[in-house]
Write a protein that binds this ligand. Structure first.
Ligand SMILES: Cc1ncc(COP(=O)(O)O)c(C=O)c1O
Length: 366
């Protein structure tokens, strides 16, 4: 990384689509098997994808409530109305609930599932449900994925990046592929990619002449250098993350009553987060579990609680209960996990989970 950094500092080509942004787009595109455009964040990638596909003001967009609020913020920013869908036990969008929503709301313009934590959605079922609804209606419904967590993920040998009409990635620091801040949009639709290229550059077509709506959504050369460096070692990072996450989850399964989220076979998972469910008996006491772990130096999060439809800004779009989302959001516990975590650090966390169960009165293991 040092050579390229010295190079751009000495030649002054530090932004405005230099060779590193271009190389990053080419190599990320080759990796996912689609065209790729860089943007300044995952959130902006979502906004531009929605607008690039022609979302009109007050058109409906179906998305899960169990996600980071950026997914829903992007929908509102792009002018859409969020319609919150239910999830399944794997914490990803439920194809059957999607089917019901599409039957109930005849005017949905876009479906926006999220590959949560890096676990790819049930992409074939979702595609079928969306295609059936579009056929019933006699006009297209767009399908794009929020793949913020999922650069490098795959399901049944197919990499995330090629599903739906577009997928958007975040490259911020908690992700498996990091450019510090930044995002990518991938698509096989050349026209959409070209539109987003212009939209992220003030709408300029050529020679400072704006033909399109646009803003500043550029990625700098600094960020592209970091992204490229990490992309080139991504397969090694992912292999290490798979190995370590499986060790962690096996220990948790064998030694505690905390439950890993179901993991289908034939999946490459970025494990953006290792999230487990607290034992039934401790659901109402999750905060005590977190405090207990915190006192032992173990930082945890509850990703994703509160679910978006319960957040103050989004409550006005909550027009029905989402029982599974509400229940799972109250059970999730996200444990420390990063590529360089050691086995003894993971053992330390699992020991603390065992102690927490004992201290809070859940007997030892089954
Ligand atoms: C599911 C999801 N979507 C979108 C985003 C937004 O990405 P960014 O922070 O790069 O704007 C995030 C951020 O972490 C996210 O978790």
């Amino acid at each position: 990384m040092e050579g390229p950094l010295r190079e751009i500092l000495s030649n002054g080509k530090i932004t405005n689509f230099g060779r590193y942004v271009s190389a990053f787009e080419d190599e990320a595109g080759a990796y996912v098997g689609a065209q790729v455009v860089t943007v300044s964040s995952g959130t902006l990638g979502l906004v531009l994808s929605l607008q690039g596909l022609g979302l009109k003001r007050d058109e409906k967009v179906i998305l899960p409530s169990f996600t980071f609020m950026a997914t829903a913020q992007a929908v509102l920013y792009a002018g859409g109305i969020p319609v919150f869908a239910e999830i399944e036990e794997d914490c990803n969008l439920s194809p059957s609930d999607l089917d019901e929503l599409l039957k109930k709301h005849k005017d949905v313009a876009v479906v926006l599932p999220v590959h949560i934590y890096g676990l790819p959605c049930q992409v074939d079922q979702i595609r079928e449900v969306v295609e059936d609804a579009a056929q019933r209606r006699g006009r297209p419904i767009h399908l794009i994925y929020d793949a913020a967590h999922a650069f490098g993920s795959a399901r049944n040998g197919r990499r995330v990046g090629g599903f739906g009409e577009a997928e958007t990635f975040s490259l911020s620091v908690t992700k498996a592929l990091v450019s510090v801040e930044g995002g990518l949009v991938s698509s096989r639709n050349q026209e959409l990619i070209e539109r987003i290229r212009r939209m992220r550059n003030y709408g300029i077509e050529q020679n400072y002449d704006a033909w399109w709506p646009g803003l500043n959504g550029k990625m700098s050369e600094f960020h592209a250098i970091v992204g490229l460096y990490n992309l080139r070692r991504l397969d090694a990072l992912l292999a290490e993350r798979q190995r370590k996450a499986h060790y962690y989850l096996d220990q948790i399964r064998q030694r505690t009553n905390f439950q890993p989220i179901p993991l289908p076979k034939n999946v490459i998972h970025t494990f953006k987060d290792v999230t487990v469910l607290v034992p039934e008996a401790l659901v109402a006491r999750r905060q005590e579990v977190m405090t207990f772990l915190g006192e032992r130096g173990i930082e945890t999060r509850a990703y994703f609680y509160p679910p978006v439809h319960e957040q103050r800004f989004f409550q006005r779009f909550a027009d029905r209960p989402l029982p599974r989302t509400e229940a799972l959001a109250r059970r999730v516990l996200t444990l420390p996990f990063f590529t360089s975590i050691t086995e003894s650090e993971m053992d330390y966390v699992v020991d603390a989970l065992v102690e927490a169960e004992r201290a809070l009165g859940v007997g030892t293991l089954r």
